[in-house]
Design a protein around this ligand. Sequence first.
Ligand code: FES
Length: 172
Amino acid sequence: MNTCPDKDYHLEERITEIVKSYGAKPSALIMILQDVQKHYRYLPREAMEMVAKKMRLPLAQIYGVATFYRSFSLEPKGRNHICVCTGTACHVRQSTVILEQLERDLKIKAGETSADQEFSLERVNCLGACALGPLVTANEVYYGNMTVAKIERMLQEIKNKKPAEEPVGEPV
Ligand code: FES
């Protein structure tokens, strides 16, 4: 089954464009895969095959990079990607309680994507901003000093696709 959202002609055109923008050199592979993932919200097999073809690299090498880095996903992600840090500093500040509340609110478990592809939820280790803990990111916006009480507002901000007048998130 072809799982790629815009397969065939569009896929080839898109990948050609991305590879061309960095040059088909092995040192650009990570950046190319990042752009591919940004477009599709994951790395579809067909896209990786096309990257291999355009870069004249073995598919195994593309897979090697795609599976080595945790930031890459081989499964479709939701339009909104929420990460809850459960590293030590965030854990001691109750980030697990926040994760559990999000699981209930979104009706998915950590590591899952909702059936309508609207949300995916992930548990991550240290995001490198421990002072802001407990820390949640939503579509790469940082929500520091997160509490269960702030979750509803954060989800509302995400759904509205525009920041609230006084965002609960703190970009860092
Ligand atoms: S432990 Fe959560 S940001 Fe470091």
